[in-house]
Design a protein around this ligand. Structure first.
Ligand code: TXA
Ligand code: MG
Length: 310
């Protein structure tokens, strides 16, 4: 059965040892919990796809302890350097050209010539990466298409018995997946809105990000129906209709409130937890409008996918 580990020296050592043996370990990051495997071990990476029930074409993010390590795996660039200096460790993933002989399992990139990399800020995750001394492939630790986990309890609700261990370090502070920027073409491209607002990235680059056309699925996490609760989700609701539970924002009466004070950072941190809780009621979920700026853009992106026809 799945072991629950604490973020103590023993817990960190156990998590790293399990990864070293090729086992799957769910790990906390500042964005969401990740389902980790040693990215050099093909059998371990295959285990991620099996545990999540994930379509095999969907490539994974590789987590590293620092920028220096990243340069072993990809063709580095000035733009990568600028973004890494500004935002790593943090909620930013960079997609760069994969070097041949990277030593990574080809399942990590699902055969693509590019690789998604992130240096996370979460202290326990960083200690695991340093102790392992290797790259960890980790998608969000949920069943494919379901709501992302921001607590160890969310992880266990979907993956109990399917992973060797979960390293429980409480709730994720950001609560939304990393922002993904593609740096494989001439223009830096926003592949997924996320925990780092795109305005902040544009300011650091001194240029606007190209937005991918919705029809062109470059990051398969961008599939229209994703992050889906079991029940139906209705957006931009003025109020709950009969039978619905209401997810609110700002001062109002509702079943759960993303942020009573109307703070988007707080709303992002609560989003997936509140969706998990409302989903557990088995009733359809109505969601009030959320401001569409800063982190609100990523929140609205996730809500639109949760509400998409399946
Ligand atoms: O915050 C996060 O990013 C979390 C934590 C655990 O790090 N991870 C996460 O991973 O959200 P996942 O697998 O749920 O989403 C990764 C996204 C997918 O949409 C995938 O298609 C995209 O990254 N991706 C991975 N490699 C890519 C590549 N080479 N080119 C384009 N997109 C890529
Ligand atoms: Mg995911």
């Amino acid at each position: 059965m799945t072991e629950t580990l604490s973020p103590t020296a023993d817990g960190i050592a156990r998590a790293a040892a399990l990864l070293q043996e090729g086992a799957l370990v769910a790990l906390p990051t500042e964005t969401v919990y990740g389902l980790g495997a040693d990215a050099r071990n093909g059998a371990a990476v295959a285990g991620i796809y099996a545990a999540k029930g994930r379509p095999s074409f969907n490539p994974l993010i590789v987590h590293l302890p620092d920028v220096a390590t990243a340069k072993h795996y990809v063709d580095w660039s000035d733009q990568a350097d600028r973004l890494a200096q500004a935002f790593w460790p943090g909620a930013l993933t960079l997609v760069l050209p994969l070097k041949p002989d990277s030593g990574l399992s080809s399942l990590v990139t699902a055969g693509l010539p590019s690789l998604a990399l992130r240096v996370p800020a979460h202290p326990a995750m960083r200690e695991v990466l340093q102790t392992l001394g290797g790259p960890v492939a980790a998608p969000s630790a949920n069943l494919s298409g379901k709501i992302s986990p921001t607590t160890a309890a969310h992880v266990l609700a979907g993956l109990e018995g399917k992973v060797a261990a979960v390293l429980d370090d409480g709730a994720c502070t950001v609560g939304l997946e990393s922002t993904i920027i593609g740096l494989t073409g001439p223009c830096p491209t926003l592949l997924r809105a996320g925990g780092l607002p795109s305005e902040v990235i544009e300011a650091a680059l001194g240029q606007e990000l190209k937005i991918v056309d919705g029809a062109e699925i470059i990051a398969p996490g961008q599939l229209a129906s994703h992050y889906a609760p079991g029940a139906a989700v209705r957006l931009n609701a003025a109020a709950a209709e009969t039978g619905e539970v209401l997810l609110g924002f700002g001062q109002m009466r509702c079943d759960l409130n993303l942020s009573p004070s109307g703070d988007l950072t707080e709303a992002a941190a609560n989003l997936f937890d509140h969706l998990h809780r409302l989903d557990a009621t088995g009733r359809p979920i109505a969601v009030v409008p959320i401001p569409d700026h800063g982190l609100g853009r990523a929140i609205n992106d996730r809500l639109a996918r949760a509400a998409a026809p399946r």
